[in-house]
Write a protein that binds this ligand. Structure first.
Ligand SMILES: *Cc1c(COP(=O)(O)O)cnc(C)c1O
Length: 442
């Protein structure tokens, strides 16, 4: 279906596949309190408590969580002057800039560890209870009895790669069978890694939306298959949302104030919307209007921008407006966003910007060259945020509308780096070479 987007200052550039910042006209003060929303802020605290409860079990199953007592955490890393200079964000008007280093997140090597692991473990607990296994002691989920039960069940998911890794790793750690339906964008090394873990990988010659549909259909026909539904899952969403509390504690530890006079800008790479949506929701629950959350998408896969700009309730895809969904940023190669996330973000997302693939590779190289940060292309997208806020017309409009033009020097930018730790060395060297050639001309 071809659709026409309404008049909007960002529409022309969006349709031309050019980088642009779109401002959300439906952003409301305290939008998270909108009673029409299908979720409530107190669900974030429930997720945080669940993570806490799961920690001893996670610690026992994943040796790399020993240092954090079973919590899946990443560092908050300040951008140092050489990197800030290299990307042209060294002026005092940029305030403080941090990277939230989910690129190095344990267990799954990407932000998906926060969603996929959470849903698999919460499902395991519910399944055990339904089958008469007492779970007052969470370690019961690692007992022989539980493993025997889980071995007769499958966890299925559709993925461009990273969610499959996260769900597959978590499912196998508990003794489940796992089936991952991969889109055509999926990188071969992700397929191989899953296969080595004993995960069944089904490769589709189609995009992500189709892979999800196939996985859902298979699961519906078989009661021993549990389907992790990236398009609709509130469990994934709230698993991600707990990251906000972690960031708040780290900002406070770093001496950063967040309030009306000290704005916090957060840039979140978006595929289907679950990960960035969950994190943004958690941040709005904590910081309210002082947190300014922006999604970022590839110029050819801006599914959230298309959806939210359209103002429609039914789903619109990037194909419907003539874009290709082609990008090297496999984590964001999604043509149609989650309608659940689109609805929840409507009153609270500040805006969305797009970036082209060349910029991703340039930032990927600079981050590694200047500060040793290891990213995959999707994870570099947030680096475009500060420039859009400080140097674009839409950015100026946003600051003026929110009365914070004079507060930038005391503001903070957080670039959410979403994946990279698991990228094989050879592939990473290719990324670096491409980025270096673009950044230095040689
Ligand atoms: C999945 C992913 C995203 C986007 O998350 P969604 O939940 O699909 O919006 C961004 N970056 C990376 C590296 C990812 O794996």
């Amino acid at each position: 279906m071809a659709i026409t987007l309404p008049d909007d200052p960002a529409r022309e550039a969006l349709l031309a596949g050019q980088p642009v910042l779109w401002l959300n006209p439906r952003l409301q003060p305290q939008g998270i309190e909108d009673p029409a929303l299908p979720v409530r802020p107190d669900q974030v605290a429930v997720a945080e408590a669940n993570w806490q409860r799961l920690a001893p079990l996670l610690q026992a199953l994943f040796p790399d969580l020993a240092a954090t007592s079973g919590r899946i955490r990443s560092d908050l890393v300040a951008l140092e002057p050489p990197l800030r200079r290299a990307i042209g964000q060294d002026g005092p008007e940029f305030g403080q800039i941090f990277v939230k280093a989910d690129n190095a997140l344990p267990v799954a090597g990407s932000i998906k560890a926060r969603g996929g692991v959470y849903e698999v473990f919460m499902h395991a607990e519910a399944l055990a209870r339904r089958n008469g296994i007492a779970t007052d002691d969470i370690m019961a989920l690692a007992s022989d009895e539980a493993r025997t039960l889980f071995s007769g069940h499958t966890i299925a998911v559709g993925s461009t790669g990273n969610l499959g890794l996260s769900v597959g790793i978590a499912a196998r750690a508990l003794g489940f069978k796992a089936a991952v339906h991969m889109s055509s964008d999926a990188k071969e090394w992700k397929v191989q890694r899953l296969t080595r873990l004993g995960v069944e990988v089904v490769k589709h010659q189609a995009d992500y939306t189709t892979a999800v549909e196939e996985a859902r259909r298979e699961a519906e026909a078989d009661p021993t298959i549990y389907f992790v539904d990236d398009e609709r899952s509130q469990m994934l969403f709230f698993g991600y949302s707990a990251a906000a509390q972690e960031l708040a504690a780290q900002l406070s530890e770093a001496g950063v104030t967040v309030d009306a006079d000290h704005p916090l800008f957060v840039y979140l790479p978006c595929g289907i919307g679950g990960a960035p949506g969950g994190v943004a929701y958690g941040l709005k629950a904590i910081f309210g209007d002082a947190a300014h959350c922006f999604f970022v998408e590839p110029v050819q896969s801006p599914c959230a921008m298309v959806q939210m700009m359209s103002g429609r309730d039914d789903l619109v895809s990037v194909y419907d407006v003539g874009l290709t969904n082609r990008t090297e940023a496999d984590g964001m190669a999604v043509a149609r966003m989650s309608d659940f996330v689109g609805e929840v973000m409507r009153p609270m997302l500040s805006g969305i910007f797009t970036v082209d693939d060349d910029a991703l590779f340039r930032w990927l190289w600079h981050a590694h060259d200047a500060q040793g940060i290891r990213l995959e292309p999707s994870a570099a997208a947030g680096f475009g945020g500060p420039d859009f806020i400080l140097k674009s017309e839409a950015g100026s409009d946003y600051l003026r509308l929110n009365g914070i033009e004079s507060r930038l020097g005391q503001g903070t930018h957080v670039i959410w780096a979403t994946g990279g730790a698991f990228v094989p060395e050879e592939q990473f060297q290719d990324f670096l070479q491409r980025g270096k050639a673009l950044a230095t001309g040689g």
